[in-house]
Design a protein around this ligand. Structure first.
Ligand SMILES: Nc1ncnc2c1ncn2[C@@H]1O[C@H](COP(=O)(O)OP(=O)(O)OP(=O)(O)O)[C@@H](O)[C@H]1O
Ligand SMILES: [Mg+2]
Length: 236
């Protein structure tokens, strides 16, 4: 079953069109990757899904045409966006950031269970539960941003460069949690990454963007076998 489908999606900032017809789909419990150089349009593609940029073409989620939906409406349908640069609330504690993530939910038992899940996925956050988010390390802030998204109980998570600026071992830990989230909780994902090895550790298929167009698409194994992908993204 397809959960999310983009068909010929375009996006513009003012008069500047930056996406020129992007198409891909993500099945339920599946994970799709978006690779590409700086400025290729990866973040804009996630913004188009979340309703944060003027968009054309068609975006279908769970059988419903959501093209042009506002961000709050997209979120209410079960799509959580973890933005580039993380966007945690610095003046609030870790605990309160996680509560904010769950603010639309009324199932208190479910919220408590998901809090346990987050602290199990990210043990660092358990130790820092009372600390202000602004006092966390970069890696801990990334963990908190993902955990906050989990607290909304999404069916689909949009992850924008979750490894950016992290030490390799921290990035590995973050991606281990992302893989568990998919395999144990069945959350579907769109994973934007410049680190293709990390992206390929979780996605089944991916597209490569070049100046707002899809230059390549295929299964993880097909893409990892291509010389041009190996040269550009896998260090040889
Ligand atoms: N708010 C904005 N207003 C105008 N142009 C923008 C805005 N945000 C991005 N752009 C432009 O849109 C294009 C795509 O940017 P986008 O942020 O989607 O790229 P990206 O693939 O995520 O890059 P990076 O890897 O650097 O994060 C770029 O040319 C960028 O300059
Ligand atoms: Mg980006």
């Amino acid at each position: 079953m397809t959960l999310l489908e983009l068909e010929d999606v375009t996006a513009s900032y003012g008069h500047a069109q930056v996406l020129h017809g992007i198409s891909f789909r993500v099945g339920e419990n599946a994970a799709a990757g978006i690779l590409g150089a700086n400025g290729a349009g990866k973040t804009t593609t996630l913004r188009a899904i979340s309703g944060m940029v003027a968009t054309g073409g068609k975006i279908t989620y769970d059988g419903r045409d959501i093209t042009g939906y506002r961000p709050d409406k997209v979120a209410a349908l079960g799509i959580a966006h973890v933005p580039e640069g993380r966007g945690t609330l610095g003046d609030l504690s870790v605990r309160d950031n996680l509560r904010v993530g769950a603010y639309l939910r009324k199932d208190r038992k479910g919220v408590a269970a998901d809090l346990d899940l987050c602290l199990d996925l990210f043990p660092n956050l358990r130790e820092r539960i009372g600390s202000n988010a602004s006092a966390l390390s970069g890696g801990e802030q990334q963990m908190l941003a993902i955990a906050r998204a989990i607290m909304a109980k999404p069916r689909l998570i949009l992850l924008d460069e979750a490894s950016l600026g992290l030490a390799p071992s921290t990035a590995q830990r973050v991606y281990q949690a992302i893989r568990r989230l998919r395999s144990e909780q069945g959350v579907a994902m769109v994973v934007v990454e410049q680190n293709a090895m990390l992206a390929f550790s979780v996605v089944d298929h991916a597209i490569v963007l070049e100046t707002g167009k899809t230059s390549l698409s295929g299964s993880r194994d097909e893409l990892m076998g291509l010389d041009e992908v190996r040269r550009a993204y896998l260090g040889g």
